[in-house]
Design a protein around this ligand. Structure first.
Ligand code: DAH
Length: 339
């Protein structure tokens, strides 16, 4: 039995240094022990055989533990205070997260307008028909209300389809300002919702940046100048913009600003702009006298302009993103490009 004990100690210490732990099970010393069973006196043979088997089993267990990466020599106490000097192996490859491109660009857009003297405020994600339509000079039952593909709750509340839903509140809350001779200059930037068919340019949830400016002697020239200054700042260069007359119930005159499509290839169908060569970016105009009056401003004395701009459209044109659906796709390959 003594020889078994000494072989055991020898094999256990060999095991420590072995790269391939399984080799220990093929050790000559172990084989010799098995060979020695038959040479034992009959009275001791059975016990000797059992002891050799027990040793083999012990070695097999140690090999299996090593395979599973279990090291029972060093139990880990997860509740122990951390050793500040310990080297901590990294168990998982880690990666820093980053701010979502929409959030980042909203910050950039807000900063640009802030520097032009605008206050920046959020919009709402639930509103009523008065703010979404009536206060904006949409007559009751007018078909233009249907153009907005608005989601409504059973109680008649609306998920705003445009940030213009804030115009009446923005002006009403700042009447003292206009009367004291300072203009109202506010940018409301937030989510909006539309129940429409989805494609490369349309999502049910997207963002708009609504600008409202009211004061004395404000003209279309101020509107165009403000928007061009913003677009030049945002894109870092002068952009090719087209201004065309349009219709909105809440502005008169009304315009649409389009930017030349950066995705078009000569002679090929462009799925981003449907080969129209221009991408509509924002609606704008001089605030309709009825909208000013409804908010408590005398339209004989004060004028103003407003616009509503699709935030995703801006970002898509800045970074050549061809499909609006990438933003909420959760695709890391897309998001990592903005780190
Ligand atoms: N609310 C309009 C839309 O979503 C965009 C718009 C047009 C906003 C003209 C304005 C405006 O403030 O003056 O289609």
């Amino acid at each position: 039995m003594n020889d078994i004990n000494s072989v055991r100690e020898q094999l256990l210490s060999q095991l420590e240094s072995l790269e391939d732990k399984k080799q220990i099970l093929r050790a000559n010393e172990l084989r010799n022990l098995y060979g020695a069973i038959k040479d034992q006196p009959e009275s001791e043979r059975a016990a000797y055989g059992q002891a050799v088997n027990a040793l083999k089993q012990e070695l097999e267990e140690k090999v299996a533990e090593a395979d599973a990466g279990i090291d029972d020599q060093v139990p880990i106490d997860v509740t122990a205070p951390m050793d500040a000097n310990a080297e901590i192996p990294s168990l998982l490859p880690t990666e820093d997260g980053s701010i979502h491109p929409i959030s980042r660009e909203i910050q950039i857009i807000s900063d640009l307008f802030y520097r032009m003297g605008f206050e920046v405020s959020p919009s709402r994600e639930l509103d009523d028909e008065y703010h979404m339509f009536t206060s904006l000079n949409f007559p009751e039952g007018h078909p233009a209300r249907d153009d907005y593909d608005t989601f409504m709750t059973e109680e008649g509340l609306v998920a705003p389809a445009h940030t213009s839903t804030m115009q009446n509140r923005i002006i009403k809350a700042r009447l003292d300002r206009v009367k004291s001779g300072d203009p109202i200059a506010v940018l409301a930037i937030d989510r909006v919702f539309r129940n429409e068919d989805l494609d490369a340019r349309h999502e049910h949830t997207f963002h708009q940046a609504e600008g409202v400016y009211v004061g004395e002697g404000i003209t279309v020239g101020d509107l165009v100048g403000t928007l061009k200054t913003f677009l030049t700042g945002y894109f870092g260069k002068e952009v090719d913009a087209k201004i065309t007359p349009f219709y909105f119930p809440f502005t008169e005159p009304s315009f649409e600003f389009s930017l030349s499509c950066p995705f078009c290839e000569e002679d090929e169908y462009c799925k981003v702009c449907s080969s129209e060569r221009w991408i509509e970016l924002l609606g704008c105009g001089m605030i309709h006298p009825n909208v000013l009056k409804e908010a408590g401003v005398d339209p004989e004395r004060y004028t103003g302009f407003a616009w509503g701009c699709g935030v995703e459209r801006l970002i898509m044109m800045k970074y050549d993103i061809e499909d609006i659906r990438h933003f909420n796709s959760g695709k890391l390959t897309f998001l990592r490009q903005f780190k």
